[in-house]
Design a binder for this molecule. Structure first.
Ligand SMILES: NC(=O)c1ccc[n+]([C@@H]2O[C@H](COP(=O)([O-])OP(=O)(O)OC[C@H]3O[C@@H](n4cnc5c(N)ncnc54)[C@H](OP(=O)(O)O)[C@@H]3O)[C@@H](O)[C@H]2O)c1
Length: 341
């Protein structure tokens, strides 16, 4: 695969420790639902929103009269979530539609799901895309239908493939609000030391399971990838992005009690859940990327931290956003997903 052209700078372990601490004790959110604009007539796509942070994010968008397409892998879970939101916000003038079957563990399914999104939208342009769906597994041996390591496929290949299909509707000039949020994590700090990516074979395709690192490192790689994708998407589409003022950011939503930790042992859950925050705080972080009015082209590829402020990612990734490593990663993913266009 294409590799970074510059060696990755080293990073300070003290800073890593500080960022881990910050994830558990972040600053208070400063941009919260009272500050969100009215979203009448705007359309948002949120993936993985039948539960957790995505569900909270959809609630806040819908409460501001947004038309939200809830993209999920299991339709019945999406419908149950939609019905609960409709009950909770009876005053909203927005719309909620559910598109099921967007299961990133099989890339052959994504084109069909994207087609369904287009039919639901009936050619209306999209204002906001939040790539929220994600997998954090406790095991390093999970493999997708395509033979790729499952966290990499779910967190990097799937979202970039869906974005490919949504670009024509997103890159239409319609309103001043054009945002993409690639949901990353503070766990990118655990990714491998060369810009967070195992450049020799990030998907671990055909590699023996024993050659895979620990699950946390694989998750860290996939979340480093999201930071690179946020920046690379904006560079790849620079001409039109500048014309219509899109802003593409990555976001570490926080350390939150959600279903993400579904395969942790009960003891892990009991101990760590005391330190973690309610999922709605994660929505504040994601919606900072989607709605904060003062983001502009200078914030392209910015890394949003809980609960809505911009930090630098790990030192090597920060450098990678300036020296073309983001594009090398994007091109690798693009080549991998091309058979599914
Ligand atoms: N919670 C945290 O502390 C935390 C911290 C940092 C980053 N994040 C990131 O925030 C995002 C949301 O996480 P969350 O905490 O809300 O987790 P969650 O409650 O587990 O929700 C994850 C969502 O992703 C969906 N998903 C999982 N695998 C999928 C696949 N193969 N294809 C399509 N969708 C899939 C899930 O669908 P099902 O319900 O059908 O499984 C669910 O809707 C993720 O990207 C996660 O990495 C979370």
């Amino acid at each position: 695969m294409a590799r970074p052209t510059e060696p990755a700078p080293s990073y300070s372990k003290m800073r890593l420790l500080y960022e881990v601490y910050y994830g558990f004790r972040p600053s208070k959110p400063v941009f919260t639902p009272e500050d969100y604009p009215d979203l009448t007539g705007k359309t948002a796509i949120v993936t993985g929103c039948n539960t957790g942070i995505g569900l909270e994010t959809v609630k806040q968008l819908y409460n501001k009269n947004c038309n939200v397409v809830m993209v999920v892998r299991t339709e019945s879970k999406g419908i149950a979530a939609r019905d609960a939101i409709l009950k909770e916000y009876p005053e909203s003038k927005g719309e909620l539609n559910v598109v099921g079957g967007c299961d990133y563990s099989d890339l052959t399914l994504i084109k069909g799901a994207a087609q369904e999104i287009k039919e639901v939208l009936n050619d209306q342009p999209i204002s906001i895309i939040i790539h929220n769906a994600g997998l954090m597994a406790s095991f390093n041996n999970l493999t997708s239908e395509q033979g790729y390591e499952l966290m990499f496929q779910t967190n990097d290949l799937g979202p970039q493939l869906l974005q490919h299909f949504l670009d024509p509707l997103f890159l239409k000039k319609d309103s001043a609000l054009k945002r993409i949020v690639w949901v990353s994590s503070g766990a990118h700090l655990l990714g491998p030391k060369e810009y967070g990516i195992f450049w020799d074979n990030p998907t671990f395709k055909d590699a023996p399971i024993e050659s895979r690192p620990a699950a946390a490192v694989l998750y860290g790689q996939s979340k480093s990838g999201n930071i690179l994708q946020a920046s690379a998407w904006a560079i790849k589409n620079k001409k039109i992005v500048d014309e219509i003022n899109c802003v593409s950011t990555s976001c570490y939503p926080g350390n939150l009690n959600t279903d993400l930790q579904r395969d942790w042992s009960w003891i892990q859950r009991v101990l760590l859940s005391r330190l973690m925050w309610d999922g709605k705080y994660g929505a504040y972080s994601e919606l900072y990327g989607a709605l904060y009015p003062h983001l502009d082209s200078r914030d392209q590829g910015a890394y949003i931290c809980p609960f809505g402020e911009i930090h630098d990612p790990r030192e090597d990734l920060k450098a990678g956003l300036k020296n073309g490593t983001d594009l090398a990663f994007w091109d690798f993913v693009e080549k991998t997903i091309q058979p599914f266009f």
